[in-house]
Structures are given as C-alpha cells and as structure tokens.
Design a binder for this molecule. Structure first.
Ligand SMILES: C[S@@+](CC[C@H](N)C(=O)[O-])C[C@H]1O[C@@H](n2cnc3c(N)ncnc32)[C@H](O)[C@@H]1O
Length: 209
C-alpha cells in the first residue's frame, strides 16, 4: 500500500495551512525562477491548499490559464476562490486526464519527495507529455540535510520516521537535480532557499530530440 494516500492528506488538510509561512521564501523563489510570461498556461501538480496559486495572486502574476491538480479532496476544498480561467482538478499526477502538449509550465512544489521512485518517474513522464515542446518544469523539494556527525547519528531515525509517515516533514529528501537528469530533463537553474524550510528550487526543460 502507498503510505502517501489522499486519505492521509485529507486528514492533514485542516492543519495544513498553519505551516504555510515556512514555505513562503521557497514559493517566492519558485515564482522568480519560473519567470512567467502572461501567455503561459500553468499546471500545478499536488497543488494542495493552493499555496502557489495564492502566492501568484498576491504577487499579481498574470497568466493565461492555471490548473491546480491534487488527488486529495480535503486539500482541494481549502483552496480559496480563484480568478476567472483558473481551475482545480481532482486527479492523480501520475496519470493525468489531460491532453498532451497542453501547458507551458508545470510545477510540483513539495511533491516529488513524497513519491516512491516508480511514481516519481510516472509523474515526470506525465510532465513531459502534458508540457508543450518548450515547456518548463519548476520543482521545489526539501533540501537534503548537511552531512555531519549529528545528522549521521539521526539518519536511521529519520529513515524510520520517513517509512512510517513519508507525508510528514519531507523526511525523505531527494536529489532533485540528479533525479530530473536521470529522467532526461535538462536542468536550467537551481536555487537554494534557507529561510523557512531549507529547500531546493529547480527549473528544468525537456531538450528537443
Ligand atoms: C506537501 S503537500 C504540498 C502542497 C502544495 N504544493 C504546497 O506547496 O503547499 C503535497 C500535496 O501533494 C498531493 N499529492 C501527493 N501525491 C499526489 C499524486 N500522486 N497526485 C496528485 N496529488 C498528489 C497531496 O495530496 C498533497 O496535497
């Protein structure tokens, strides 16, 4: 059974927004790195309670179209009212009911590290399919902790907690750059964020064959 189920997120949903302040710097970095164009059509995978969408509204970022996808109805129910042309879709990001070449930018903010390697690869294949030929991918993941004596001592505990509840705290950080490159993406830019959750923001694209 997948530990990271929609039901788990439905249970967390009422409390989820309490921690959003800690995401803010990473969200801002993601918006900056994305360098949106008003003609862009954005797909936000694992949109949750709409943290990225809300930040885009607050920063008055103009976009042609925005679709937020999540498989947890409890999380989606907490997305505030959205501007005209922005919509929510309940779906699994590893199997999207969306046509090919439909978007210009796909984002996955604090999502990839929650998935096991097989589902991560499926999600990235879906990104490739639904993104247009010049499409960009924006990823935010928790930064892997620095390697020192303390983190080496705590590593077995973190692994155990990560197995018991991978949805919590990003206890299974991943090397997003290596992961994206392994799946054929070209990494265009990375940014480390230290305020709030230590995070890594990555912009990537799929090079033309
Ligand atoms: C840590 S939250 C991040 C939410 C939001 N992106 C943010 O930055 O606040 C992870 C979200 O990903 C969603 N999620 C996890 N796996 C998913 C999948 N396979 N398909 C769609 N949504 C998924 C969960 O339901 C949850 O809402």
């Amino acid at each position: 059974m997948r530990a990271d189920t929609a039901t788990n997120w439905d249970r967390l949903a009422p409390l989820y927004n309490l921690q959003l302040r800690l995401e803010r710097s990473a969200l801002d970095a993601a918006v900056d790195v994305a360098a949106f164009d008003p003609a862009d059509r954005l797909l936000d995978l694992g949109t949750g309670t709409g943290a990225l969408l809300v930040r885009l509204i607050e920063r008055r970022v103009a976009l042609a179209e925005v679709t937020g996808v999540d498989r947890s109805p409890g999380m989606l129910a907490r997305v505030p009212a959205l501007p005209d042309g922005w919509r929510l879709l309940r779906a699994d990001a590893t199997d999207l009911p969306l046509p090919a070449d439909r978007f210009d930018v796909v984002s996955a903010i604090y999502v990839l590290h929650l998935l096991d390697p097989d589902h991560r690869q499926k999600l990235l294949e879906e990104v490739r399919r639904v993104n247009g030929p010049a499409g960009r991918l924006i990823v935010v993941v928790p930064a892997p902790p620095p390697v020192n004596r303390l983190t080496r001592m705590l590593a077995p505990l973190a692994r155990l907690l990560g197995c018991l509840s991978p949805t919590l705290l990003g206890l299974r950080p991943i090397d997003a750059v290596a992961e994206l490159e392994r799946c054929g993406f070209a990494v265009l830019e990375t940014r480390r964020v230290t305020r709030g959750y230590p995070s890594v923001v990555v912009k990537a694209s799929f090079p033309a064959a």
